[in-house]
Ligand binder design. Structure first.
Ligand code: NOJ
Length: 733
């Protein structure tokens, strides 16, 4: 039988062909085999545990009572350690010698599976070296249906396919390094406002086709744990929602690992236990008071309110995940002060750079040896109070690298736009003149006469427990912060060679800036982490051609999205129609569509091929981790040739969108179902190979309670964005 290590090696080999730049990412072998050995070890261990041991294993020791944000008690008889659970999606929170990897939204913006995989492997190595057992990420929920929602930047963008593949690769990367991954937040946690009181009420089909989708990929990639969210789902708390945990997650998706509560998302002793929650965190409320498991769970088990078998199952799931990633042998002691960074900043910089999206360029970029460069904005320099001055990055002062909240970590260093530009200018013998504030007074004196004026603006957001400049997690609007529009206008009055660089956690309305004469280029720097300035200079000077593509739509107006932060319960009225699915369906012209991004070179698309042996009808087969087995089988292959016809090396992201036949009930006009990143020298061609799994051609049939491949004609669109379609075709099922 294959060991987990064999499986991981196989999966690495499968990815190696993607490195050649000619294949779409494929998930590695997954499923039942990987879990079987771990489960049998776990069953043997559970048989040796006392009831108190099991209670200790499932109950956090209390807020701020251990080295990590979440800790349980050790069980010495089976050499089970004090488990350390630590945020978060981008690095080791509160560590002093760890890398802050570039935020997930920027990783998604690269559309580069190899960079995403390397990011996760290195993050996992750091976590293991620091003795962290469980990393609380990735975070594909929030998916990001609300553009202003505070925590969208912790996830991989608004398309479930993209978020699903990126989550799967991240989990495989983290776990191959020996750390357990926790996919979060389960489910429908799409905004910060009222997150701990509101109910997210979504219909069955929307849940399956959008929000559950990336979690299915995560389970298929053997994620060790799932974090249930703060909100209610269809009226019951996510952490005690039987349909959600026992039903969708553990039965339909066949999830073998454990469900951990979000911190204080636990509401009742028996309700959570019987609905399928397996671990409570942090074990007390944030004041160290209320305890819902521990002694209370003990009593409930003794009284028969929670079956003994349920407690055994919790312990078995937790232990199986621990064995699955091999933490039972030689795992380092927890030490959040260890220096574990290695050379990982290579990935940080590459993700920041390759996730940068060129939105407008009239030819001013790449820069042509400017002699005098004006640099404008408070976001051009490191926060004058210190790069980590604000707890959990809860302020917007100086250059922006990440949003705020629990999904942050302490920067080990920070390269601001000014730092990087000054270094480059020194090499060239050029001059940088700096106006490091957002004040329009005097800015025109600084920029007039410069060969080029670079204005850096920002928009920030984060988790709701911190309010920054009146934004309580979610943004109050989609405009640039600090009067960014006025700053750009003021600069453009005095200099006609303006380049605007935007650093933001999510979409910003750019109409004012785009309509300002003199704005010759707009560079969407996204959320670049601490390699902020280096990534900017790499792109502006053409060290690499920009190759990022938007992981969300930039609309012309906030109302174009059809979704916004909700003040009461959220009934998910928009259903399947979020972001580009909505813009396409409602025929709204976006400013920059999902998947958009310019380059310094040109690409042509040709030679579309389509082969399909898909059969219509419902999914069948046994349930493996992720759902029914045949959902994961390849049933069609589409290929396209992309040629670099321009003058410089570059990378294109061919994207495959599928249109379901009209026999499927009302469905978005097209949905992303494949992508590749082809790195091509001038004149070179590459082939994108899109392998479609059965699930990629299915819709969720609410009557049959199953995925169904509809019969009829499937539309195939391959292009450079969701609107820039270069090749079309069809096949019939
Ligand atoms: C609450 C956040 O929602 C969650 O993402 C995080 O992992 C925990 N706090 C622990 O910090």
């Amino acid at each position: 039988m294959l060991t987990l290590r064999d499986l991981l090696l196989l999966s690495a080999a499968a990815f190696a062909s993607a490195e050649a730049g000619d294949k779409v990412p494929r998930q590695g072998p997954t499923g039942t085999a990987a879990w079987a050995a771990a489960q049998s070890k776990a069953a043997a261990a559970v048989a040796r545990l006392s009831q108190q041991d099991k209670i200790n294993m499932v109950t956090g020791i209390g807020w701020e009572r251990g080295p990590c944000v979440g800790n349980t008690s050790p069980v010495n008889s089976i050499r089970y350690p004090q488990l350390c659970l630590q945020d978060g999606p981008l690095g080791i929170r509160f560590a002093t010698g760890a890398t802050t990897f570039t935020p997930a939204i920027q990783a998604a913006s690269t559309w580069d599976i190899e960079l995403i995989r390397q990011r996760a492997i290195w993050h996992g190595q750091e976590a293991k070296a620091a003795g962290v057992h469980v990393i609380l990420g990735p975070a594909p929920g929030a998916l990001g249906k609300i553009p202003a929602a505070g925590r969208n930047w912790e996830g991989f963008g608004v398309d479930p396919y993209l978020a699903g593949i990126a989550s799967a690769v991240t989990i495989e990367g983290l776990q191959s390094s020996g750390v357990q991954a926790t996919v979060k937040h389960f489910l429908l946690n799409e905004q910060e406002y009222n997150r701990e009181t509101m109910s997210s009420n979504a219909d069955d089909r929307t849940v399956h086709e959008l929000y559950l989708w990336p979690f299915a990929d995560a389970v298929h990639s053997n994620v060790a744990s799932v974090m249930c969210s703060y909100n209610k789902v269809n009226g019951s708390w996510a952490c005690e929602n039987d349909k959600l945990l026992n039903g969708l997650l553990k039965t339909e998706l066949g999830f073998p690992g454990y469900v951990v509560s979000d911190w204080n998302a636990h509401h009742t002793t028996n309700g959570a236990a019987n609905a399928g929650m397996d671990m409570t965190m942090p074990g007390t409320d944030f004041n160290g008071g209320k305890v819902l498991w521990g002694p209370q769970l003990n009593t409930a088990v003794n009284n028969g309110q929670v079956p003994r078998s349920r407690l055994d199952d919790m312990a078995k799931r937790i232990l199986a995940s621990w064995y699955l990633v091999g933490q039972d042998a030689g795992y380092p002691q927890t030490n959040l002060r260890a220096n574990v960074q290695g050379n990982h900043k290579e990935n940080t910089r590459a993700v920041a750079r390759d996730g940068t999206v060129l939105l407008r360029n009239d030819g001013i970029l790449p820069l042509k040896n400017p002699r005098r460069i004006a640099l404008v904005g408070s976001a051009t320099v490191v926060n004058p109070r210190g790069m980590n001055a604000c707890v959990d990055r809860g302020c917007n002062e100086g250059a922006l690298g990440m949003g705020w909240g629990s999904g942050t970590a302490e920067y080990p260093y920070f390269v601001s736009p000014h730092d990087a530009l000054r270094t480059r200018a020194q090499q060239d013998g050029a001059t940088v003149v700096l106006h490091s504030s957002d004040n329009t007074n005097n800015v025109q004196n600084v920029v007039s006469g410069a060969d080029v004026a670079i204005v850096v603006i920002t928009a920030d957001s984060g988790e709701g427990y911190i309010t920054v400049q009146g934004h309580a997690g979610d943004r109050n609007h989609l405009d640039p912060w600090h009067n960014g529009n006025q700053l750009v206008q003021a600069v453009a009055q005095a200099n006609k060679n303006v380049i605007v660089v935007v650093h933001s956690t999510g979409p910003v309305i750019l109409e004012t800036i785009l309509n300002t004469p003199g704005v010759r280029a707009v560079v969407w720097g996204g959320l670049p982490g601490n390699e902020n300035g280096n990534a900017m200079v790499d792109i502006l000077y053409g060290l690499v051609s920009p190759s990022g593509k938007l992981p969300y739509t930039i609309g012309k107006s906030p109302s174009d999205y059809g979704t916004a932060v909700i003040r009461g319960d959220d009934n998910f009225r928009e259903g399947l129609f979020i972001d580009y699915r909505h813009f396409d369906n409602a025929r709204i012209e976006p400013r920059f569509e999902f998947g958009f991004g310019l380059s310094y070179t040109n690409f042509t698309f040709s030679d579309l091929t389509i082969t399909s042996n898909a059969r219509s009808g419902p999914a069948t087969g046994p349930t493996i981790p992720g759902g029914r087995a045949d959902l994961w089988e390849d049933v069609a292959t589409i290929t396209a040739v992309v040629k670099n016809t321009g003058g410089v090396q570059g990378a294109e992201v061919p994207q495959l969108y599928i249109t379901l036949p009209s026999s499927a009930p009302s469905t978005p006009p097209k949905q992303l179902r494949g992508f590749a990143k082809l790195k091509l020298a001038p004149g070179a061609s590459g082939t994108a190979i899109f392998n479609l799994r059965r699930k990629d051609l299915s819709y969720w049939d609410t009557a049959r309670q199953n995925w169904v491949v509809p019969s009829g004609e499937f539309g195939v669109s391959v292009g450079a964005s969701s609107r820039d379609i270069r090749l079309t075709g069809k096949f019939t099922v």
